[in-house]
Ligand binder design. Structure first.
Ligand code: SAM
Length: 287
């Protein structure tokens, strides 16, 4: 990649030793970062929001493939390295310092859309910090209005979390709140696994890159009601729904009867449409 110094040199120059508390596991393998970026592309007139660019490995790959990047980084130590990268790609990289959990990423993407483009497209691509990965994804998928500005999310998670995102009732052990939420508003699939050896330092477990494509017209339902229902149901997943849904403080039997779901079913037997029906009924009776 032309005159940019190798990433390891950048890390040494700016003293970017990885901090566990920030979920820092860096990627230095250019083939891998290019592969992740390709999975998120093509990038004609696309603004990519990257969470946690760190020393900028994946950021370089996104820029090299033509993306406009808005990179949100919490670790101030990384900013000089990212500014060097921004100088190499004038007008193509915006660096935002702060906690991505506190930010309105859709607003950021809108503000920094490519100037020349009227039909703006935005995407999120990231090797997520694992300590906040699930919280970030939940926040993005529960966001209103839906669909948001993002047409795709290409994200690295721990494999175990990836399995919980893409699970269906067939994968009982993995099927839970995250799968219902993602299954409601997106079509999610695992693209490929990444070995711990690909990271510096290596995490304990294998990772997976997941693609989530927003469903433009998900079944109508209130995200908070869906969250309440799945929390109650999966919070006591071994119990029958007539028991577990009592924690909602409503008449669980009546709720189930109104939706035509058998009282003796357990959470892991209910598909996304079933949970949406329960959430809608909860919104109606709790109004
Ligand atoms: N993208 C780089 C790569 O692939 O080599 C680094 C990925 S590393 C797994 C996660 C990055 O997210 C780190 O740079 C870390 O400082 C940053 N980070 C951690 N928590 C964050 C937060 N709440 N908001 C924004 N960035 C965060």
């Amino acid at each position: 990649m032309d005159a940019l110094p190798p990433l390891r040199e950048i890390v040494a120059r700016y003293g970017l030793d990885a901090k566990k508390s920030l979920g820092q596991n860096f990627l230095f393998d250019l083939n891998l970062t290019a592969r992740i970026a390709r999975a998120a592309g093509p990038f004609d007139n696309v603004t990519v929001v990257e969470i946690g660019p760190g020393p900028g490995g994946l950021t370089r790959a996104l820029l090299a493939q033509g993306a406009y990047v808005v990179a949100i980084e919490r670790d101030a130590r990384c900013l000089p390295a990212l500014e060097e990268l921004a100088a190499h790609y004038p007008g193509r990289l915006t660096i935002v310092e702060g906690d991505a959990l506190e930010m309105d990423v859709a607003a950021l993407a809108r503000t920094h859309a490519p100037v020349a483009d009227n039909a703006k497209v935005a995407r999120i691509c990231a090797n997520l910090p694992y300590n906040v990965a699930t919280a970030l994804l939940t926040k993005w998928i529960e966001a209103e209005p839906w669909p948001s500005v993002f047409d795709r999310y290409v994200l690295m998670f721990q494999k175990e979390v990836a399995q919980r995102i893409v699970a269906t009732p067939k994968e009982r052990a993995d099927y839970g709140r995250l799968a219902v939420l993602c299954g409601w508003r997106t079509k999610a699939r695992t693209l490929f696994d990444v070995s711990p050896a690909a990271f510096t330092p290596p995490p304990k477990v294998t990772s997976s890159v997941v693609e989530l494509v927003p469903n433009p017209a998900p079944l109508a339902c209130d995200a908070r009601a869906l969250s309440r229902v799945t929390q109650a149901a999966f919070g006591q997943r071994r119990k029958m729904l007539r028991q577990s849904l009592k924690s909602l403080g409503i008449d669980a039997a009546a709720l189930l009867a109104a939706t035509g779901i058998e009282e003796t079913k357990r959470a892991e037997e209910i598909d996304v449409a079933g949970f949406v029906a329960l959430a809608r009924e909860l919104s109606r009776v709790a109004r």
